[in-house]
Ligand binder design. Structure first.
Ligand code: SF4
Length: 124
């Protein structure tokens, strides 16, 4: 018996509704994709869903109190909550440049968390 899993492809504005049919833990078929990108997306969502991490960390001495940060690449979806929790304790010092590594190897994923923007020191 095949089980159905529904996804929406996020790779272009068409937002195709995808239906993945799975049998005994293996992908049997993907329906609804207008192109092969959607088929691959549904297979990845089923086997190993990944997400980018975007959040903010505290910054001392900056023009703003919070620094937006993001992961350099996606991490397993199941670890996103743990990653955000780890970043909740981080405090960095201004100035910061966009792309500076704020937290290397977040939750042992091999992925660094970097600053999403420049944040200069507050002028006194
Ligand atoms: S399956 Fe292809 S056409 Fe459909 S939303 Fe994804 S990328 Fe776009």
């Amino acid at each position: 018996m095949k089980n159905k899993h529904q996804y929406v492809c996020i790779n272009c504005p068409l937002s195709c509704s995808l239906e993945l049919l799975e049998e005994k833990g293996e992908v049997a078929e993907v329906q609804g994709a207008e192109c092969k990108i959607g088929k691959k997306y549904a297979e990845e969502e089923f086997k190993n869903p990944r997400r980018m991490v975007t959040t903010t960390v505290l910054i001392e001495g900056g023009e703003l109190p919070l620094l937006p940060v993001r992961s350099k690449s996606s991490i397993p979806k199941a670890l996103v909550g743990e990653a955000v929790k780890a970043l909740a304790d981080v405090v960095v010092k201004a100035p910061v440049k966009s792309g500076d590594i704020i937290y290397p190897n977040i939750v042992d994923t091999g992925v660094d968390i970097v600053a999403s923007r420049d944040l200069p020191k507050a002028s006194s």
